[in-house]
Design a protein around this ligand. Sequence first.
Ligand SMILES: [Zn+2]
Ligand SMILES: [Zn+2]
Length: 402
Amino acid sequence: MITQHEQLTNHIIYPETYPGFQGRTSLKYLLFLLVIFSYSSLFAIEKFYFIIRVDDIQSRTTWEPRRIIDFQEAVESRGGKISWAVIPHRLIEIQNTDGQLTRDLRESVARGHEIVLHGYNHICPTCGQSSHEMYCSSTATHHTYEVQAEMIRQGMDILWDSLQVIPRSFVPPGHQADTTTYRVLLDHDIELISTTGSTRDSMYHHLYNLAPHSEYTWTLSESEYHAKLRTALSEIESRRQSDGYYCLLLHDPFIRQGYENGRVIAWTAELLDSLRTRYGRGLAFVTLSEAAEIFNPSPVNVAHAENRIPRTPVLHPNYPNPFNPSTTLSYTIPQGGHVTLTIVDVSGKAVARLIDTYQAAGKHSYHWDGSSPDGQPLSSGVYLSVLRQGDRTVSGKIIFLK
Ligand SMILES: [Zn+2]
Ligand SMILES: [Zn+2]
C-alpha cells in the first residue's frame, strides 16, 4: 500500500505526471491533493474496536451443558475475543465441584480471552440481595473501605488460586459502585473498570472506564431474533462513529448451548459475521484490557500486569473450610523472605504458629491437622489464619467443626 508520504513525494519528484503542473493553478491542485490524502489516510488507519463482555460467569443455572466453550468457539472462529466477568465465589461452589469451569476458564485465558473480576459472590452484605454487591442500592448504604476491600481481596484470592490470574479489570455487580470502590480497586492494582457513565476516560484518579453498550440477548426469543439483529447493527454503527468502539454485553445463562438450543450463540455468530462483512479489516476484536491500553493515554498497570505475580503476599482460601480433622492452607509470596503463618483465635491470641522461616518467592502450602504446637486439638470455632511477610499482613477466616 502506498502511504500518503510516498504519494506526495512521487508527485513532487514527477510533476510531469500531472498535466498543467505550472504556476498557481498547479499549486492549488497540489494543495487539493494534500487535503484528499490527509482525509483518506485518516480513514485508512482508523480501527473499530469491538469488545464482547459476558457477565456473571458462572450463574447458578441448571441448563445443560454448563460449558462455556460452545459460545467461545463460535466467537473465536470469527476472530473474536471474550472478556469473562467472573463471580469468583462460583468457582468454589457446589456446581463447580467437578472443576470443569475452572479448566475451561484456564484454557480460555491461554487462548487470549480475559478474566474480569466481578465482585466476590455477587451478594450484598447489607441486604442480602444478589442484584448488587459493592454499594447497596436497595437501602442506599455505602459499604466501608474495609468491607469492600475484603470482598475484592477474597475475589482476587480465588481467581489466583483457581486460575492463576490477577485481574486487571473490574465489572461492578449490578453496575453499583461508589468512590470507595474506586479507591479499593486502585489500591489492589486494578486500573480498568467497565461500568455505566462517562466512558473512555479516567473516572477516578487513574481508574479508567470503558462502559458497556447494549445487551440484546437477555431472554432472546425466536420472534425477536431478526429485529434485534437489525437494531444491534445500526446501534453498533452509530457507536462506532461516536465512541470508536463497541462493547457488546451478554449474560452467562443465555450463552449456554442448553438455552433454547443455543439461540444466543447463533445470534452472536450471525452478528459477528455481519460485522466482518461490513467493516472488513477495519474491525479489531479486543478484550477490555487491550482496549484500555489502546485508548488510555497513560496506562500505569501494564508492566506489572504482564508478569502476573502478586506484588503483595496473597493468602488463598484454605480447603476444606469448614474443616475436620485437617485443612490445607496455601499462600503466594511475591519475593523470598521471612514468613510467618499463625493461627489466631477470636480473642486475638495466637494458638499455633505453623510457619516461621525464610521461604522463596512463589506458592507454598501447609497441611494443618487442627492441633496446637503441644499436640492438643483446638476447640470448635472460628479462627484466623494470619500470614505476615515484612510489614505486610493478610488474614483469612477458617472454621474448625468438631
Ligand atoms: Zn443491598
Ligand atoms: Zn453481574
